[in-house]
Design a binder for this molecule. Structure first.
Ligand code: HH2
Length: 282
């Protein structure tokens, strides 16, 4: 399967992409405040690329449970110096921009980003047009409500069936608005309006999402559902071993893109799971 993003075309037939997270925010749940300074954010980007990240996902807004929306102007104030420096220093790096705002997406694409990662799956009516005009990659994610309200909406009959139905309909909406199907990747939204059990079930049932026919992105890294299952009670860094297990499990189940904080160890875990996937077929 091919995933297109402007001048990039990722062949995902027997490959899993690792997307490294850099949050240029004061309040993200794991790296909040660490990369708010543009120099620190750019240094982190170089570090993750050196570790082998295929893409970098830059965000100027936390979407952790309970968080409030950040105005587009403030998101862009955080992101602009980082994107400008990266475009100069690493023009070939594939940059994804984690935003629900079409205005921020448009500015980021003009500055060289190749992918828009939209956790609201086109809630901003201008978003699809912006993505389509640039021929950019687009990640559509499932959630209910908004980050502020979502943890009140975690009860489902069949979580996987509902998420798959939603992603199919958002894929159709994107296509109707002019986004090429080849540019779209789908994401079940681990931890977004999901109980720990719901997140786990989605990880275990990735083949049902992959059956839609587009790449599946999984973002389980350091999330609190892991702590609920393992009993880790400390800070998010304590969740790295469980995150690596989740990355291996997602790869084994057929995920195509892993969105993670810890790139180098994830690549090792993913390689093992890819080798096991090949062995299953041979
Ligand atoms: N998770 C987060 C943010 N963006 N995008 C996609 N497509 N999938 C995800 O699972 C996802 C996402 C939350 O993680 P993080 O960016 O580390 O934290 P915060 O939202 O607090 O900035």
């Amino acid at each position: 399967m091919i995933w297109k993003a402007r001048d990039a075309a990722f062949d995902l037939t027997d490959r899993v992409l690792v997307m490294g997270i850099v949050n240029v925010t004061p309040d993200s749940f794991s790296d909040g405040g660490r990369y708010l300074d543009p120099g620190a954010a750019v240094a982190r980007c170089h570090e993750l690329l050196a570790e082998g990240a295929d893409l970098l996902d830059l965000g100027g807004e936390s979407t952790r449970p309970g968080s409030e929306a950040v105005p587009p102007a403030e998101q862009w104030r955080r992101l602009e110096p980082v994107l400008t420096r990266l475009a100069r220093e690493r023009p070939q790096a594939a940059i994804s921009i984690d935003t629900r705002s079409a205005e921020v997406a448009e500015r980021a694409l003009a500055a060289g980003a190749r992918v828009v990662n939209d956790v609201s799956a086109l809630a901003d009516p201008a978003m699809a047009g912006v993505v389509a005009r640039a021929g950019a990659g687009l990640v559509l994610m499932h959630m209910r409500g908004t980050p502020e309200t979502m943890q009140r909406e975690t009860a489902y009959g069949d979580v996987t069936a509902e998420v798959a139905g939603y992603l199919r309909s958002r894929l159709s909406a994107a296509e109707s608005a002019g986004v090429a199907r080849d540019c779209v990747a789908l994401d079940p939204g681990i931890g977004f309006a999901k109980s720990a059990q719901g997140s786990l079930e989605l990880l275990a049932r990735i083949p049902e999402l992959a059956a839609i026919g587009r790449p599946v992105l999984v973002g389980a890294s350091r999330k609190s559902f892991l702590a609920r299952l393992t009993g880790d009670e400390g800070p998010p860094e304590e969740r790295v071993p469980a995150s690596l297990a989740a990355a291996a499990l997602a790869t084994w189940q057929g995920a195509h893109i892993l969105r993670v904080h810890d790139v180098a160890p994830t690549i090792r875990a993913m390689k093992l799971a890819i080798a096991a996937r090949r062995a299953r077929r041979e």
